[in-house]
Structure formats: structure tokens, C-alpha cells
Design a protein around this ligand. Structure first.
Ligand code: HEC
Length: 189
């Protein structure tokens, strides 16, 4: 545990001086640290933070199943738009620009993590969706495809940052296989 990092301010001293049994003029936070209470305070802050984090992770941001469906379709639309631009460069239909390529690859890598939580929302197997029921009846298989997709996109983002055009194109080829591989098993045409 480091020492007290609190920067004492006079107003704080004044407010708490009479409220707590501690020497007058002594900062409350510093007083606690000096009396070996620092770790206790720190633990309380960490526990409170942990509870808040757990609450925000378990609650989905979607109000109804349709919202989750729209969200994952929007994510795939953005993935496809960015990926399509990369394909144009790889096929030579557009001038090669390593910086743009790398930027888009970072976007796709981030986006590749987004659809997953929307597939976990109950009721999103029905309605305006092309998701096949196999996603839920074979969640493990779907998860493997998602993981591979995320790994290959992260690799593409990393390789493209290094600036080697040939290595980038090779990583693109690997990444591109993911779309069809998942769609043929888990998405209606
Ligand atoms: C792990 C599985 C998986 C991978 C990998 C994947 N997709 Fe999809 N994709 C889906 C599913 C499932 C849907 C249907 C979502 C829905 O309608 O609810 C979908 C939908 C789409 C859509 C339609 C979005 C809309 O507006 O309805 C596009 C476009 C798309 N994907 C492009 C891609 C591209 C391009 C890649 C590769 C770079 C890719 N997907 C990789 C599973 C995947």
C-alpha cells in the first residue's frame, strides 16, 4: 500500500474537524491512513466499484428483443462496410493505403466483439432476423466461430499496424474466411 495520496484541502479539514474524533486540523483521509485504516478504506472503494461493475455488465442495454436484433445487424453492417473497403484494396480495385487499411482493421476488430451480447438476449431468435435456430441449439459451436472471428480480426489489426503489405494481405485472407464459415451454418440467406 502506498502512502496517503490525498491532497488535503482546507475546506475538507473544516467540514470534518468536528465530526470525527481526530486531532483538529488533521485531514480525515490522512488521519485514517496514518492509523492504518488506509487499506480498509481502499477495500471499501474497491468493493463498491466491483458491485457497480458487476451490475453494469450483467444488465443488457436493450429494452426489447427487437433492439438487440437491430443492434447486432447494425454491427454486422459496419463490419461489412469496413471489410468491403479492405477487400477493394486487397483486390487492387482501390489504391493500397496501409494507414486507412490499418484504421479499418482496428474498427473491425473492435466491432467483432459487439454482436455477441445481442445473441444472448431471449426472444431474439424470432422476428426480423436471419439468425438460424442453430445459434441457440448449438451455442458452443457458434461461440467457436465467434472466437475465431475475433482472434483473426485482432490479428489482422495487429499485422496491418506493422505495415508489411504482403503479411497484411495474408492475414486478410485468413480473416475473410470467417464470414462465410459462420453464415453457412448460422445465418439464413
Ligand atoms: C460468428 C458468426 C458470424 C461471423 C463470423 C460473421 N457473421 Fe455476419 N451475421 C451473422 C449472423 C447470425 C447474422 C444475422 C443477424 C440477424 O439477422 O439477427 C449476420 C448478419 C450479417 C449481415 C446482415 C446485417 C443486416 O443488416 O441484416 C451482414 C452484412 C454480415 N453479417 C456481414 C458479415 C461479414 C462481412 C463478416 C466477415 C467479415 C461476417 N458477417 C461475419 C453471423 C456472423
Amino acid at each position: 500500500m502506498p502512502g496517503c495520496l490525498h491532497v488535503c484541502n482546507p475546506l475538507y479539514h473544516f467540514t470534518y474537524a468536528t465530526k470525527y474524533a481526530k486531532p483538529k486540523g488533521e485531514c480525515l483521509v490522512r488521519y485514517k491512513w496514518n492509523n492504518n485504516k488506509g487499506e480498509e478504506v481502499m477495500k471499501k472503494i474497491l468493493v463498491a466499484g466491483g458491485v457497480m461493475l458487476a451490475a453494469s455488465v450483467s444488465a443488457t442495454p436493450f429494452e426489447k428483443p427487437e433492439d438487440a436484433i437491430e443492434y447486432r445487424q447494425a454491427a454486422f453492417t459496419m463490419i461489412a462496410t469496413n471489410f468491403g473497403d479492405l477487400a477493394e484494396m486487397v483486390k487492387g480495385r482501390k489504391e493500397w493505403d496501409q494507414q486507412t487499411f490499418s484504421q479499418r482493421a482496428q474498427f473491425i476488430s473492435q466491432l467483432s466483439y459487439m454482436p455477441e451480447e445481442a445473441f444472448k438476449v431471449d426472444g431474439t431468435d424470432k422476428g426480423q432476423t436471419k439468425a438460424k435456430p442453430e445459434i441457440w441449439s448449438d451455442w458452443d459451436g457458434f461461440s467457436v466461430k465467434l472466437d475465431k472471428f475475433q482472434t483473426d480480426m485482432a490479428n489482422l489489426a495487429k499485422v496491418s499496424l506493422d505495415g508489411d503489405e504482403r503479411a497484411t494481405k495474408r492475414a486478410f485472407g485468413e480473416a475473410a474466411k470467417n464470414c462465410k464459415s459462420c453464415h453457412s451454418d448460422y445465418k439464413y440467406r
